[in-house]
Each structure stands twice: as C-alpha cells, then as structure tokens.
Design a protein around this ligand. Structure first.
Ligand SMILES: [Zn+2]
Length: 252
C-alpha cells in the first residue's frame, strides 16, 4: 500500500494530473520524434535533450511504460502511446500559445519567451489556453515559426515546405519561416542581423570555401556562417518581394 502511494505520487500530483517531470519527458519524446520523423526515440537521445544521465532516463521510462503513456524497449527506445501523445501535444500547445501571447501582447522578444513558457506551460489551464488561442486568432505558428497544435492535437502550421537556407543557391528569393536553434544568444544575433520569422531575403552569395551565406534583406546585407544558416528554415518565393510588388500579387 505504502509503495503504491509513493509511485502514484511520482506520476501524479494532488489534482491527479501528470506531474511536471512526466510532462517534460513526454514533451521531449514528442519533440525528438517530430524533428527526426522516427517514432522510436533512443534513451541516449532523450538523456541528451533533457540533460540528465541515461540511468535517470531509464528509470523514468520504466515508470512511463507502467503508466501506459509510452512503450519502452531496452536497447531500442521509447514510443509514445495515445495517452502520452495527447499529454505531450497539450504541453507543446500550451508552450507555443504562451510564447506567442507574450510576444504579441506584452512585447517580449523571441529570445525572452522560451524560459517563461517552460514554467507557465505546467501551470496554465487548458481552458485559459483555449481562450488565449481564440484571442490570438488561432495562429498557425509561434514566434520561432514552430507549428502550434490545435485543441484536438493536430499541428496547424508547418505544412508548407520549409527547407534549410543552406540548401538554396545564390539568387534564390526566400522567406524566413522557422528557426531550429532557439538559444537566446543566437536569436538575438539573428534579430540584430534583421532576421525574424517572416523576413524576406535574396541569397546574394554562397561561399562554400569561407563557409558563409550572404543575404540581402530589407534592412541591408548580412552574412551568416554556414553553421548558423543550417538552423534557418525558409520557404522559396517565386520572385523578390518588395513593397512595390504588392499590386502585382493582387492582380494574380
Ligand atoms: Zn517557440
């Protein structure tokens, strides 16, 4: 009896909702799965993402498997079950809705919102998230271009094809759609260079030897290291978009 009480406490808090740790594990598994496109996530990969030891991950995965949220096979990895996926999607939805809300209503910058959302995602009710989502007009993506799951768990945005900037040749016209590296310092470096989600640019030069990509933006020219440009996903545009092009777009 004693043991049953203790193990339930690990998994659920007083209100019988999954605990913060459970939510974070399920979210991390889902995020790795979405990034890699592979449903089975290895223990090592998860340990890296959560910055904990593989031993810690293993014991938590056993607990998640016992709860029915995930299926865990030693030496293979973990796969989310339906209930675990629902919890994970709900946390991702909360996180991304909160990030956008903080940027749009409180004017926080995209490098400031992740840490705030990390805490708030466990505390805010789904009722409130639904209201904030409606208030924001059920947006497709968050300030980093990450797709926001709808209430039913389906990802809204991100259906457009976004490809790393480095894969396009000089002369391409692109729109910046999503940033994969969300380290605050990197985000500040991007916005200082005039790059935010939605920015349009023409790729001026790709210098393979120097490992750099030069972009022509509305705000001027900027040169990124190849290793930075790898983290930027862009959509290709048929032609350069300038203020004067707006009438042509309407004519189409
Ligand atoms: Zn985000």
């Amino acid at each position: 009896m004693q043991f049953a009480t203790i193990s339930l406490k690990v998994l659920y808090n007083e209100s019988r909702m999954p605990s913060l740790t459970v939510e974070n594990y399920l979210k991390a598994i889902l995020q790795i799965e979405l990034k890699s496109g592979v449903a089975c996530v290895s223990t090592g990969h998860l340990a890296n993402a959560l910055d904990v030891s593989p031993g810690t991950v293993t014991s938590m995965l056993k607990t998640l498997a016992e709860s029915g949220h995930a299926t865990w096979r030693p030496y293979e990895g973990v796969t989310l079950n339906e209930s675990g996926r629902q919890v994970a999607m709900r946390i991702v939805r909360r996180h991304r809705v909160i990030e956008l809300f903080l940027v749009q209503t409180l004017n926080l910058t995209w490098d400031q919102v992740h840490e705030e959302a990390e805490n708030m995602e466990h505390a805010v009710s789904d009722f409130l998230i639904d209201r904030i989502d409606d208030f924001l007009g059920r947006p497709e993506v968050d300030p980093h271009g990450d797709p926001i799951p709808a209430r039913d768990g389906a990802l809204r945005g991100g259906t457009l094809e976004s490809i790393p900037l480095v894969e396009y040749p000089a002369g391409s016209h692109v729109r910046f759609a999503r940033v994969l590296n969300q380290d605050p310092e990197f985000l500040r470096y991007l916005s200082d260079s005039g790059l935010v989600v939605g920015s349009v640019a023409t790729i001026q030069e790709v210098d393979a030897e120097a490992g750099s990509v030069t972009l022509q933006l509305a705000t001027g020219e900027t040169t990124l290291k190849h290793s930075s440009a790898e983290h930027l996903l862009v959509e290709i545009l048929p032609q350069a978009v300038t203020a004067n092009d707006e009438s042509q777009v309407v004519d189409l």
